[in-house]
Design a protein around this ligand. Structure first.
Ligand code: PEP
Ligand code: MG
Length: 571
């Protein structure tokens, strides 16, 4: 029977495919007595051998597709499976306790893990994580339970998950993964943002996809309407195949605007830039006619690895982006770790409210060596293009001044040792905390530009977690309260002769764009895949008319009134 789940449209497009569940399997078991230790040990060895065979294949795939770095993780896992001390401890336990391999494996590996985790040694802590991973894999084989191996997907699938972390998302192979759907998450959770930049259709926050969909079910992910169809009828599939064709035709029409400037019908030019997470994303920016990079989320350079990137690795990454973008502006945001983006190797204590916690600039001002290394890499790269730097999560002027001072110190030190640095590097901040929006007039005297981070600004203003689908009704980009804050920021910048961009997802939203244009936003930075659609819309709009529309919107009382206003006047 065909079923429909409602969720949040997180990445546009339509995907039709077989379900692949990326869900933690049930590895529960009971401890039971055995009668023949030799037989049990040979059962244990056969599970080890199957796990080894899996890992060999995954390792080869990782080496071919993702490089030496990623493959090394699986080498470490293979080493655990050949560790004589670990294996003989498990065998001894089977013999001594005369209990099943599952319990001998679990109890022994738990002991190893807790010893390693307590050591004050990064290397041993990583080994503890390897043992945990590997023991799950062996346990699954003992129990005859299938564990998902996303690295081994070799047919077109739709991923079903409770949640996907940004690093899970980064590992999805676009060739085979046609779409995904999750139980939790919102439109601005980072996995949704990445889905948009990878152009993978996605619906998040369905609450129950992982419980309602089995491996192999036929699934349609409708990333335009926020719906997931499970085992749809042939009529529904036909309809979606038509929608998919129309979507492709629409995209082909937008593609004609790739090399055009973004100019309103009455001649006002605005800049359409892209948000990127790595230097590889730049090709997509240029292919979609991006006029610059408005946000380079550098934290992805720090994720999916076991230690901090060196100054030189960072320098190479920043240089590559600047060179590929030629002289087009590139706004690099310094490290914004925390919230839903974690670096396990920093071993930071868990927090009750990570989005309100030790995040971004707060961490960088305390862990100064991490920050200074990044600043040096950026300054060294500055001579290769049109670099602008901005700091994330600035809440007070003191934070901005402290961060700027560190940048200036590193600049002086580099110049002192004969390293070239660009003469002019614009220095800005993200406005994503209400206190900064409210005091924008004071900030505008000290910064070169603002970039409004609405993904966070909305969650902090409305006190509605951007990741929590249960409060997503309060996550309201068009709420007049948000619009008034945006206006305050733009006006404050213009009064001081500075410019304001927006790099939150709102900048690419078709209801928001006419209002933002009317408010005088100078730069719109969005997922590369949204640029051409936005250009097509802006070219049809008259900026003077949008000024009036924006004034009217600011006086509305509710989000829905604002949506109706835009729909009645623009669409
Ligand atoms: C934002 O908060 O709007 C933003 C662009 O930053 P991030 O989504 O990375 O938090
Ligand atoms: Mg943010």
């Amino acid at each position: 029977m065909s079923t429909i789940l409602k969720g949040i449209a997180a990445s546009s497009g339509i995907a039709i495919g077989k379900a692949y569940r990326l869900v933690e399997p049930d590895l529960s078991f009971s401890k039971t007595a055995i009668s023949n230790a030799e037989d049990e040990i040979s059962r244990f060895h056969s599970a080890i051998n199957t796990a080894k065979a899996d890992l060999e294949v995954i390792r080869e795939k990782a080496l071919a597709g993702l490089g030496e770095d990623k493959a090394a993780i699986f080498d470490a896992h293979l080493l655990v499976l050949s560790d004589p001390e670990l294996l003989s401890s498990i065998e001894d336990k089977i013999k001594m306790d005369m209990t099943n391999s599952e319990s001998a494996l679990k109890e022994t590996t738990d002991t190893f893990v807790s010893i390693f985790e307590e050591m004050d040694n990064e290397y041993m802590k990583e080994r503890a994580a390897d043992i945990k991973d590997v023991s799950k894999r062996v346990l699954a084989h003992l129990l005859g339970v299938k564990i998902p191996n996303p690295g081994l997907i070799a047919e077109e699938v739709v991923i079903i998950a409770v949640d996907l972390t940004p690093s899970d998302t980064a590992q999805l192979n676009k060739e085979f993964v046609k779409g995904f759907t999750t139980d939790i998450g919102g439109r601005t959770s980072h996995s949704a943002i990445m889905a948009r930049s990878m152009e993978i259709p996605a619906v998040v926050g369905t609450k129950s996809a992982s419980r309602s969909i089995e491996n192999g079910d036929t699934v349609i992910v409708d990333g335009l309407r926020g719906e997931v169809h499970i085992n749809p009828t042939p009529e529904i599939i036909n309809k979606y195949e038509d929608d998919l064709k129309n979507f492709e035709l629409q995209k082909a029409e937008w593609a004609l605007l790739k090399d055009e400037a973004t100019i309103t019908s009455d001649g006002k030019h605005v800049e359409l830039a892209a948000n990127i997470g790595s230097s590889q994303d730049v090709d997509n920016v240029l292919a979609n006619g991006g006029e610059g990079v408005g946000l380079y989320r550098t934290e992805f350079l720090y994720m999916e690895r076991n230690q901090l990137p060196t100054e030189d690795e960072q320098f190479q990454a920043y240089k590559a982006v600047l060179e590929k973008m030629e002289e087009k502006p590139v706004v690099v945001r310094t490290l914004d770790i925390g919230g839903d983006k974690q670096l396990p190797y920093l071993n930071l204590p868990e927090e009750m409210n990570p989005f309100l916690g030790f995040r971004a600039i707060r961490l960088c001002l305390e862990e100064q060596e991490i920050f200074r290394t990044q600043l040096r890499a950026l300054l060294r790269a500055s001579v290769y293009g049109n670099l602008k730097i901005m700091f994330p999560m600035i809440a007070t002027l003191d934070e901005f001044r402290a961060a700027k001072e560190l940048l200036m110190e590193e600049r002086q030190a580099l110049l002192g040792s004969g390293v070239s640095v660009a003469d002019e590097i614009e220095l800005g901040i993200m406005v994503e905390i209400p206190s900064t929006a409210v005091l924008a007039d004071q900030f505008a005297k000290e910064v070169d530009f603002f970039s409004i981070g609405t993904n966070d600004l909305i969650q902090y203003t409305m006190a509605a977690d951007r990741m929590n689908e249960r409060v997503s009704y309060l996550y309201q980009p068009y709420n007049p309260a948000i619009l008034r804050l945006v206006k305050m920021v733009i006006d404050a910048a213009h009064k001081e002769g500075k410019w304001t961009g927006m790099c939150g997802e709102m900048a690419g939203d078709e209801i928001a764009i006419p209002i933002l244009l009317g408010l005088g936003l100078d730069e719109f930075s969005m997922s590369a895949s949204s640029i051409l659609k936005a250009r097509s819309l802006i070219k049809k709009l008259d900026q003077n008319e949008m000024k009036q529309l924006a004034e009217d919107a600011l006086l509305k009382q509710t989000t829905n009134e604002v949506i109706d206003l835009v729909k009645d006047n623009v669409m």
